[in-house]
Each structure stands twice: as C-alpha cells, then as structure tokens.
Design a binder for this molecule. Structure first.
Ligand code: ZN
Length: 255
C-alpha cells in the first residue's frame, strides 16, 4: 500500500509537536525542581566534606582553622554560590553557601551536634500537620508519646552524652541526650517549647524528667549547676521558665 510509506501527514506532525510542547511545559518545572534539589544536595555534601576534613585535622592534632580547610579544599557549588564560615563560638561554626544557605545544625562538637539533632527532630515533629501528628501519637498525643516516637527513630536508646562534658559538670554516670516538649496551650506546636537535656535514663522509662545538663539552643551551649551536683526537674515547664530558673540563676556553660 502506497499510503503506508508516506510517513506522517502534516496534521499528525503538528499534533505530535503540540503534544511534545505541552509535555515539556508540564514537566519542565518538576525537572528544574529536581535539578535544583540535586544541586543543593551536592552543595551541602561539599560542606560536609570540609567539616570532616576539619575534624580529621583536629584528631591528628593539626592546628587549622575551618577557613584554612575551606581554602585548601576549594569546593565548587554547582549553582556557583560562594562559601563562607560563620563562627558561633569556640569550635562551633557553620559553613554558609551564598546560594544554598548553610548546614546549620552541624557542629564539630559531638555534644552540641547531639543536642542539635535532638532539637531538630523535635522541631520536625512540631512542623507536622495535625493529622500527621494524630497518625503518629494518637489523639491523646502527649510528651511521652512524642518522645516514644522519636526514641524509636533513634533505635530505642537516646545517644550517650559526651563523657568529657559529664565529668566537667561533676557527674560520674552515663547521661543521655534527649528532647522534651512542653505542651502549654499550643498542643505541641511551638518550637519555643522544645527543651534538650542530658538525663540519666537512656530510654523513656525511669526518672526521665531530671536534667543534669540543659542545652541552650540560642547559643549552642550546654549548662550545668555551679555546685557540680544539682539537677533540675524540667517536667511541665516551658523553656523560658527553665532558662530563668537555671541559666539566669548561675548555671554555667560546660563547653
Ligand atoms: Zn551552594
């Protein structure tokens, strides 16, 4: 049949091209989002590499600054952002990309890194919708249910608190970094009500509300009682009360 070898008719070609144009238009934003996501991931990975190199240098007892490590590695941001170091206290810094922001939450200090992780996980929970919250903790959601959920994500045990800090604070026992959230009137929706502390119980049984050390998310410091023995019961207290009772009343930073 002759008609068969003729290939596309003009109208078929126009329809095919029109479909392609529509498809491209539909997929382009998704595609761009995907590309941008990959670029950001690559960029944050660059930042991780610098932090790891810095930690290796510290372990090997080399005297380096994060600036020197950054200058040495010269990472390239895929979106052409440039990197800078923001210092937030001794040994505590974030690396910022002008395009992708920073890796806030990463500290070279393990005790601070553990606190930031606990804080961020509780913050993620607070960011969930009402329905998602109910799915996880049930309608009677309470601090214990939320902590059980987060503990489960950690494999059933809160991470051990840095031993050097424990000793510096005057305690001779294992402590564990864990988050707490005060309900208040907000149904667990205020990040201001997140508390991170070091307690003696590695899970949610036992004396869970006694804080041996308390983390201040505003400055990235861990605090302990000046007499090197007092503890503080955080149960049913919002962060501003805890802060007033402890830090404003003489608790000292351990880092
Ligand atoms: Zn970047």
């Amino acid at each position: 049949m002759r008609k068969k070898d003729r290939g596309f008719s003009l109208i078929e070609l126009i329809i095919a091209i029109a479909i392609l144009i529509i498809l491209t238009g539909l997929l382009a934003p998704q595609f761009m989002k995907y590309i941008e996501k990959s670029r950001k991931a690559a960029c944050l990975n660059n930042i991780d590499v610098v932090i790891q190199e810095y930690q290796v240098a510290l372990i090997e007892n080399q005297k380096v600054t994060p600036e020197e490590v950054l200058d040495d590695i010269k990472p390239k941001c895929p979106s052409k952002g440039f990197y800078s170091i923001i210092h937030k206290g001794e040994e505590l810094f974030v690396i910022n990309c002008s395009e992708h922001g920073n890796s806030d939450g990463i500290s070279t200090d393990p005790a601070v890194a553990a606190a930031q992780k606990a804080y961020n996980e509780m913050k993620d929970f607070v960011g969930l919708t009402h329905d998602e919250t109910i799915k996880i903790t049930g309608t009677n959601s309470n601090n214990t249910a939320i902590r059980d959920y987060l503990l489960n994500k950690q494999g059933g045990s809160w991470p051990e608190f840095d031993k050097q800090y424990t000793q510096k604070a005057g305690f001779n026992k294992n402590l564990y970094v864990q988050p707490y959230i005060f309900k208040g009137t907000s149904d667990y929706k205020r990040t201001d009500d997140i508390i991170v502390y070091a307690g003696a119980s590695k899970d949610n049984t036992g004396d869970a509300w006694v804080a041996y050390l308390i983390y201040n998310p505003q400055n990235g410091l861990w605090y302990h009682a000046p007499d090197n023995k007092s503890t503080y019961r955080i149960q049913d207290k919002p962060w501003d009360v805890i802060q007033k009772d402890t830090i404003d009343n003489g608790w000292l930073p351990v880092n």
